[in-house]
Design a protein around this ligand. Structure first.
Ligand code: COA
Length: 183
């Protein structure tokens, strides 16, 4: 999958999507260090992609934590990281199944891009995003998202994956699946 670059200067405001997310009772904010186990544990249970859990953990090793979370009723329902794999990279992220299709990921992306911009990044690199991620970025930022020619296979080529325990089907949905659908 190809990488994309998003320039962070002159981005159109996405405040309305953040406000509408707030109206449905979802708070979006930067995660805090003490929440590492709660957030990374949730990512593991919800998505079962161990590489995402690893990246999420990296985002908690940094101050400020480079993971934004969506919260509803006191529980984590979404996450999006940056600076978890390479400098300037954004992702991975995801939303709990039962909360999808309500604009929550758009709001998470918007808040994360705003934070990156404030931290001094001129560009965000969207590493090997899946289709849904590209659609979400395009919906927010249109042509500011630019495909990087020749970036497939990208940085993660040759990545070593966890070995499944003895006798386990590698295609099972337990996090050992060879799934690198990310963004
Ligand atoms: C990809 C994923 C994060 C999207 O989450 P989501 O919360 O459903 O995304 P949103 O609701 O913000 O956007 C989804 C759609 O609803 C639309 N939408 C819903 N409410 C909206 C609103 N208030 N305003 C504008 N658009 C809205 C979005 O435009 C988007 O349209 P699309 O169907 O053309 O894509 C989610 O499907 C997921 O977690 N998938 C598994 C993990 C994954 O693939 N992560 C990405 C790679 S790291």
């Amino acid at each position: 999958m190809t990488d994309y670059i998003l320039h962070l200067y002159d981005l159109p405001s996405a405040e309305s999507i953040v406000v509408s997310t707030r109206r449905i009772g979802v708070e979006i904010r930067r995660a805090m260090g003490p929440e590492k186990r709660a957030v990374c544990g949730w990512v593991e249970r919800e998505f079962e992609v161990l590489s995402w859990v690893s990246e999420c953990e990296i985002s908690f090793a940094r101050v400020p934590v480079s993971c934004f979370i969506a919260i509803a009723g006191g529980a984590v329902i979404g996450f999006h990281c940056y600076e978890a794999t390479c400098r300037g990279f954004t992702g991975p992220g995801g939303i709990a199944r039962e909360f999808r299709g309500r604009g929550i990921y758009l709001a998470l992306l918007a808040e994360t891009m705003k934070a990156m911009q404030v931290e001094g990044y001129a560009y965000a690199i969207v590493g090997s995003p899946n289709e849904a991620t590209v659609r979400a970025f395009r919906k927010l930022y249109g042509s500011a998202l630019v495909e990087v020619p020749g970036s497939d296979p990208g940085w993660l080529r040759g990545m070593v994956r966890p070995r499944p325990p003895e006798g386990l089907d590698t295609k099972s949905e337990n996090g050992y699946a060879p799934d690198l659908d990310r963004g």
